[in-house]
Unconditional design. Structure first.
Length: 139
């Protein structure tokens, strides 16, 4: 399974903000630190704000921060939100669909994959990471 770039960027933002509880961080600083297009990151952040994962404070000393404690943010739920389609293959147009068990096996595998992620919170993923990264503010 390969996650979309959108989910990758969303996880990076969530992990980075999760290690600085309550701290406001600019999108520009995150974009620079992670070498991500600021415009693309703005779309990701906007989506996460609208979904209630992030809080955005406007103004000169504004920025973004987690809207909830990392312990309350489920990784599986977050990925379900950021991924449009978690199906590994599209079987709808396949002539073998009626008798093939591959789709069922893949569905079971995806269920197991998501079940594992459902067992983790953002806080679980942050264990041991606090203080390792240092995202500078832009000059």
């Amino acid at each position: 399974m390969k996650l979309t770039r959108f989910s990758d960027y969303a996880m990076r933002v969530m992990l980075d903000l999760g290690r600085r509880p309550g701290e406001l961080v600019s999108i520009a600083a995150l974009a620079k630190a992670h070498n991500i297009s600021q415009n693309h990151l703005m779309k990701v952040v906007s989506d996460l704000v609208n979904a209630g994962y992030l809080e955005s404070i406007r103004g000169r000393s504004g920025g973004i921060r987690l809207a909830r404690a990392p312990e309350t943010i489920n990784v599986g739920a977050l990925l379900r939100h950021t991924e449009d389609d978690l199906n590994l293959v599209s079987c709808a147009d396949c002539i073998l669909m009626r008798g093939c068990g591959f789709n069922g096996a893949l569905g079971q595998a995806m269920g197991a994959f998501m079940q594992v992620l459902d067992g983790y919170t953002l806080a679980d993923l942050l264990t041991g990471w606090r203080g390792i990264l240092n995202v500078p503010e832009p000059a």
